[in-house]
Design a protein around this ligand. Structure first.
Ligand SMILES: [Ca+2]
Ligand SMILES: [Ca+2]
Ligand SMILES: [Ca+2]
Length: 439
């Protein structure tokens, strides 16, 4: 929990940072494509220091389960954002924060749904109470919160990507068949599909078959656009047309994160982490030493956290400078979670869950029995929930002590989610979606 002193300090820091950015903006001459007023800016962007930017809401636009500053400065006329936990890492900032509480007691499995193939994706919850889960079977299954199957969508190849659900109920999911699909939320009927890239071979395995896979996200940005990856980073309009494509030197498998100002951050198998402006132009590129499969998370102060197969978790400034790197003993493919006090939680293929302070020093480490691919959830009290390839789902206290663990039927690479009533949903390599609840 943040105490008031900390909150005050953080607010002061945010304001100071904002002032620095503002002054930095004024120091530049107006760009050739600069604006004179808000009317010169497309969509709902506003004109600040002769630049079109997304409106930034002050200080506390942070909680995963509060809607973000979706597109408008006028809160009353702002459209509602996607449902809480309606995408990978719950919102475009990817902090992994839930406003609900994990059960104190070890939960029991209350139902399962079998997809008949491993589940790497994270489940998502629709505002109508449907639980969506995608699987390597190519199926996207929609179930009621009681575990009753509602509809199934089948893509032409495996699905690794976590489905996203927009405010209007539309479901978006990517497949190894190189398409991003938009589905009607109530029925699963295909509304449109967008083919990512122009790979000669779309289905199956091998470099050409996988280069254009839509493994990432998609992330629904604060502007409503869909951000995903393939043979680059893609911004796709909600009517299924391309907004922009940003070329990378390698496959993009991690869901992009999108800051409140619309800046898009994504990693690639070309070893780089990119910051991309709202018009699809490169702002900066940071070179890691190996593939970047991890999906970035963005802190309140703008710091970007992201892992790499070079075994490190990086903290990068909004300008792309390395603040620090924390080294683990194996690949970091999970997406980092950021606690309300700034502590960063991430699992590594070395089997450890690390809690890392804002200055990059280790707070604690928790050992599991196998590699960790799953991204951690932080509950309202700061407790952590994460899966491991030792087939267990772990609840860890804020001080790093085990609260409980539950054994499932296979690797738990899927990132768990938590509903308001304390029900936990997670997928496993045994093909099942699990719903767990304490008595
Ligand atoms: Ca493919
Ligand atoms: Ca490695
Ligand atoms: Ca296992």
């Amino acid at each position: 929990m943040l105490n008031l002193h900390t909150q005050g300090r953080r607010l002061a820091e945010t304001l100071l940072l904002g002032a620095v950015f503002y002054l930095a903006g004024c120091a530049h001459a107006p760009a050739p494509d600069g604006c004179g007023s808000d009317k010169d800016c497309k969509l709902d962007r506003v004109c600040e220091a002769n630049q079109c930017v997304w409106p930034v809401r002050p200080a506390d636009a942070s909680d995963a389960n509060r809607s973000l500053a979706w597109t408008s400065t006028n809160a009353e006329s702002a459209p509602a954002g996607p449902p809480a936990q309606g995408m990978f890492r719950f919102d475009p900032l990817h902090r992994g924060r839930s406003s609900f509480l994990l059960p104190k007691q070890k939960p029991e499995i209350i139902w399962t749904v079998d997809s008949a193939a491993p589940v790497t994706a994270s489940p998502t919850l629709s505002s109508e109470g449907l639980v969506l889960m995608a699987s390597h079977s190519g199926k996207l299954l929609a179930s009621s919160s009681a575990g009753k199957p509602m509809w199934t969508f089948t893509a032409a190849d495996m699905i690794w990507s976590t489905p996203a659900i927009a405010a209007d109920g539309t479901v978006y999911v990517g497949s190894d068949d190189d398409n991003l699909y938009a589905l009607e939320g109530k029925t699963g009927k295909v509304l449109w599909k967008y083919r990512v890239g122009a790979c000669q071979q779309t289905i199956g395995i091998g470099p050409e078959a996988t280069r254009c896979d839509v493994d990432a996200g998609p992330t629904i940005g604060p502007d409503g656009a869909l951000y995903t990856g393939g043979d680059g980073v893609y911004a796709i309009n909600t009517n299924g047309t391309l907004r922009w494509r940003f070329a990378t030197g390698g496959h993009v498998s991690g869901a992009p994160a999108v800051a409140a100002d619309g800046t898009v951050y994504a990693g690639s198998q070309d070893n780089s982490i990119y910051a991309i402006s709202t018009d699809g132009k490169r702002q900066w590129e940071f070179r890691a030493r190996d593939d970047v499969e991890s999906s970035p998370a963005i802190e309140e102060d703008g710091t970007i956290y992201i892992g790499s197969d070079d075994n490190r978790l990086y903290a990068l400034s909004p300008q792309g400078q390395m603040l620090w790197a924390f080294t683990t003993a194996d690949d970091v493919r999970a997406s980092p979670a950021i606690g309300r006090d700034g502590t960063v939680y991430v699992g590594s293929y070395d089997g450890m869950v690390y809690a890392i302070r804002r200055d990059g020093t280790l707070l604690w480490a928790f050992r599991t029995g196998d590699r960790i691919h799953s991204s951690a959830l932080i509950d309202a009290s700061g407790a952590i929930l994460v899966g491991s390839q030792d087939d267990r789902l772990y609840a860890i206290e804020p001080d790093g002590k085990l609260r409980w663990s539950v054994e499932l039927g296979g690797d738990v690479d899927s990132s768990p989610i938590l509903a308001a009533d304390g029900t936990i949903y997670v997928g496993s390599d045994d093909g099942k979606l699990y719903a767990l609840r304490a008595k």
